[in-house]
Design a protein around this ligand. Sequence first.
Ligand SMILES: Cc1ncc(COP(=O)(O)O)c(C=O)c1O
Length: 494
Amino acid sequence: MNSKIQRIIIKHLAEITGYEEIEITLTSSLINDLGLDSMMVLDFHRLMLLDFPEIREINLEAIFQKEDTNVESIISLVQKELGIEREENTISALDSFKEIQDFHQYLETKDYIPYFRKNNGIASNKIVMDGVEKVNFSTYNYLGINGSEEINQAVVEAIKHYGTSVSGSRLLSGEIKLHQELENKIANFIGVEDAIIQVGGHSTNVNTIGNIVNEEDLILHDSLSHNSIIQGAILSRAKRKPFKHNDMNHLENELKRLRSKFRRTLIVVEGVYSMDGDICNLPELIRLKNKYDAILMVDEAHSIGTIGKNGRGVTSYFNINPNSVDILMGTFSKSFNSCGGYIAGSKSFIKYLRYNSPGFIFSVGMTPSNTAAALASIKICERDSELFNRLRENYNYFLNSLKKIGGNTGESSNTPVVPLIIGNSDKALKFSEMLFEDGINAMPIVYPAVKESEARIRFFISAAHTKNDLDFTLNCIKKHMDLIVTDREILEVI
Ligand SMILES: Cc1ncc(COP(=O)(O)O)c(C=O)c1O
């Protein structure tokens, strides 16, 4: 199907019938579903001729009278008349899948799409997007050390020595010394026996969860869990139950009710929640997992390299022995300026994964450059406490100032993830657009990534932000605050 022709036809049908574009699909029958009569057909023909004068010869009226004529047949007819049938036939059949068509129609309804802008240079406190510099709050460079000479140099040396790929699964000849160095370093940094690294953060979760539980088991996960946890849970075939966000009473009730019905129960939480910027209640989670004989997995994607002593994560933040958590998962894509994930835990469990984790043994080993970048980043964390002082100062200042000007920052506290909750996806998009025009890159998070009533702008604070960056942004937010006022508040004022 030619998507341009399709869009135009659906647009005109919507104008004429009063249906929303999104309601008109390829299979909509013109007579039975859209209710076209002969006057409407004439109108449609007139509008179509404006866009496609070449179809003058088509007798649309005759075609419309057939009961089985649907949107797809009109598109095919117009394509044929325009002589683009052969070209279109070479396009994948997938293009006509309903979900793909619906998605494109949905996108068409959006005037402002802030996604996939092109960056130039290093994304830090500033970012050059589509050629223009912005104050940046939407990348994971929490420590502001991406692109530093030390990390770059380590990567250059790794590439000189090993090239750009290890060219094989680690199990089968893809192992290099750097892999083990990084695994030892991360295990040592956190304070556990061993760790295994994998090529993607998302896939590390998907891969690992399915490796420890199956249909005989139960997964209890926080309701705000990252997609990778949920995908892992779904693919594991275990029974999956979310508990209310950070609500330990709810978790305990579920454990009481369900624990005895399953062979194993896996509790999965995040160290720092990536949408809300709050921290899991680790002491209570450990008490519950011990009391109910469950397994505890903590995803530290946003807590490793941000909280705890020199970024050692959530166990260090609470001053808890890291060995009391069964599985500590994290990613190298945030504070560690690389790509990939790790699982850290007991020697015996990690060795089991080395020989049994499908996404590890049937996948290539981490690239030399990614391994070297992560390793160099952790070395910087170990010695540079000043980075963490700056990061802490910045997020505390930004969070408190945002609250002072009336921003709803939800549960965020003591972390570099600060949401400004707007409560409506369209308004969140608009707010982000206005900030962008002011010179600020702060991405909207809209439904379905969060509930519609919790649509927001999410600010990732970095140690690299200057006070000027933060004050400038706070002033701009203040200027646009009236957009957040809800209809209910307006009614109350009236
Ligand atoms: C909590 C959480 N887990 C896992 C991931 C996936 O990590 P990666 O982007 O490194 O694949 C993310 C990504 O943002 C995340 O926020």
